[in-house]
Design a protein around this ligand. Structure first.
Ligand code: SF4
Length: 266
């Protein structure tokens, strides 16, 4: 049992991680390893040294539940501002847990979610959903909105490229929707990895099966380049995706499923 979670950042005034004004907590360590990951500092579950502009630092700081809570609560005044533009039927801001995979650090996250819910704070979790079902089942009690990644839906490719067990992912999706949770699907469009037609067809099948409250497609944008360099690593060169490619995929999904997706700039 860990009494501290490994946190890389607590970002205040986030406007893209859920409705309203949010505080986003980034937890370090992920259950899969997407080759295009734009948060390489959040992949490994231990602190890592970096060098940026000749200066050294450490990605990751161990914080207790109370320490994270007291940082979050400082922003509380912003959470109740009405969000007129929200399409999600949720009118206020709150806290978002991201990463990495936030549900992996459940020893601290579990009590923290309970504490935030006691204060009636709106909670979002951004998850790749390659997580044990028992953790998810506790999170269900507290989390108001899940942002779930949809990436590669072929079992072998999912295992070989991401290191993920597709059966676990699908079973967790069934579990989330059976519990009638609010779910937004986020689909990264990554040249050579997620944009091929067989994958898009499988994504369409998934959307038709679950009918989430919102679907976003996101274009890869190499924002993690400097972070890779700060860790002494080289980011992968990806096949370029154009705005036309994004529109084509959006139109294809609409034609095949009748579901409108939003091209999202995260
Ligand atoms: S799930 Fe997210 S954080 Fe984890 S490796 Fe993939 S892109 Fe990176």
């Amino acid at each position: 049992m860990n009494d501290k979670a490994l946190v890389t950042n607590i970002q205040r005034f986030s406007l893209h991680d859920g409705p309203g004004i949010r505080t986003t907590v980034f937890l370090k360590g992920c259950s899969i390893h997407c080759p295009w990951c734009e948060n390489p500092e959040n992949l490994l579950p231990y602190p890592e040294e970096y060098v940026k502009d000749g200066k050294k630092g450490i990605y990751g700081e161990y914080l207790s539940c109370d320490e994270i809570y007291s940082e979050i609560i400082k922003d509380r005044i912003f959470y109740d501002q009405p969000d007129e533009s929200s399409e999600l039927g949720v009118q206020r801001g709150g806290v978002t847990f991201s990463g990495g995979e936030p549900l992996l650090q459940f020893d601290v996250l579990g009590p923290l979610l309970a504490k935030l819910k006691d204060e009636n704070i709106h909670i979002c979790v951004e998850t790749c959903l390659f997580v044990p079902e028992d953790k998810l089942s506790i999170a269900l009690k507290y989390v108001d909105l899940f942002y779930v990644d949809v990436k590669i839906l072929n079992g072998d490719k999912c295992k070989n490229v991401l290191g993920g067990n597709l059966k676990q992912y699908m079973s967790n999706l069934d579990f989330l929707f059976a519990a009638q949770k609010s779910v937004v699907f986020r689909i990264p469009i990554i040249g050579g990895f997620t944009d091929f037609s067989e994958n898009v067809t499988q994504i369409v099948r998934l959307l038709k099966k679950y009918n989430p409250i919102k679907v976003e497609i996101i274009k890869e944008h190499n924002l993690g380049k400097n972070k890779y360099h700060s860790l002494g690593k080289e980011p992968l060169e990806l096949n370029k995706i154009t705005d036309e490619d994004m529109k084509h995929i959006k139109d294809e999904i609409l034609t095949l499923s009748g579901i409108t997706v939003e091209i999202c700039k995260v």
